[in-house]
Design a protein around this ligand. Structure first.
Ligand code: ADP
Ligand code: MG
Length: 312
């Protein structure tokens, strides 16, 4: 069993693999992760996202990498399916709130109103081949909710090419892929964090993964509190606020965390973006979407504040 960790894509990537080519598979995977970090960067000069931002509103098509194009196609399909709660053009709102940065603050309603108009996945156009464009000036992509899921799918392909049967791909604990079984020949067991307990090892529950991807999203990952409100990093593009903030909601309605398990093609990307969308949609609407995705080998759970086991 080979196991190695590296900091890449703003997270700790831990790769575990078993097999005669395990060493090579892990090495090649880290090289690919470094490559993807540049390719899928929101800001890095010359990256696809930066070039799309710079020509937003000009009408010009921007040729992007095949990786980026594939990712945008999937993203747009799921924006449609999730009523726009998944929106890869959320960047202007994400930046305005600045959650997780030292510039985090509650913006004025007028600022939110103004910026909200720049977030609209319908105004990201794909040409059906290899190019994309953003229709309004000031528009921008945020790949933060999808890049790790994509990376998961890419590492999994490398593992498969090296004949790895058993392994765990862990990108910062919020995106994972469990291949085959663990050392004891049992399914990989993944502990899910209790969203209101400080110790990350106090689990809400434990999931078993067998050739499947698992993704989690929660309001405990990146947030700040002001006047008793927890402002977190998952934005509702319809309101311009972090989901469930800025209006009266009950503990039965308020989502605190989401887990999605998926298998098959693109399962890393799918599970990653779906946790974000389901967080915004909430138990009722999100529950219906989950039901409709069962045939696609997607399963999930939307946890509300009211359904949490007691804490404190
Ligand atoms: P992580 O696992 O890295 O904590 P998530 O998978 O939960 O992150 O995705 C949250 C990130 O996605 C945010 O930090 C932001 O960059 C981006 N984001 C926030 N809201 C949305 C949204 N409604 N649609 C698409 N991306 C979003
Ligand atoms: Mg996610």
């Amino acid at each position: 069993m080979v196991q190695k960790s590296e900091i890449v894509m703003d997270t700790v990537a831990q790769l575990t693999a078993e097999g005669t080519e395990a060493e090579a598979a892990v090495q090649e995977s880290f090289t690919r992760l470094q490559e993807l970090e540049g390719l899928l960067s929101n800001y890095e000069e010359g990256s696809d996202a930066a070039r799309l931002r710079d020509s937003a509103g000009s009408g010009a098509w921007v040729k992007v990498s095949p990786e980026m194009y594939h990712l945008l196609e999937i993203s747009q399909r799921y924006s449609q399916l999730t009523d726009g709660t998944w929106d890869i053009t959320a960047a202007p709102l994400v930046k305005l709130w600045g959650i997780g940065t030292d510039k985090a603050r509650v913006p004025e309603p007028s600022e939110i109103e103004q910026v909200r108009g720049k977030v609209d996945w319908h105004k990201l156009e794909l040409d059906g081949r290899d190019s994309a464009r953003l229709l309004e000036p000031g528009m921008e992509l945020d790949l933060g909710g999808i890049a790790k899921g994509y990376a998961l799918d890419e590492v999994r392909k490398i593992y498969e090419a090296h004949g790895i049967k058993n392994g765990l791909i862990n990108l910062g604990s919020s995106s994972m892929y469990g291949m085959g079984t663990s050392r004891e020949g049992k399914p990989w067991r993944i502990g899910l964090r209790h969203p209101r307990r400080d110790d990350p090892k106090e689990y809400l529950k434990v999931e078993e993964l067998f050739d499947a991807a698992l993704s989690t999203s929660g309001d405990y990952e990146r947030y700040f509190e002001e006047n008793g409100v927890r402002y977190h990093h998952i934005i509702d593009p319809r309101t311009g606020y972090p989901a469930w903030c800025g209006r009266e909601v009950t503990a039965e309605e308020r989502t605190v965390s989401v887990v999605v398990i998926a298998d098959g093609r693109d399962c890393g990307v799918k599970s990653d973006l779906l946790t974000t969308a389901l967080f915004v949609l909430g138990k009722e609407q999100g529950g219906r979407l989950l039901k409709s995705l069962e045939a696609e080998d997607v399963q999930g759970e939307i946890v509300t504040e009211a359904s949490l086991p007691p804490w404190q």
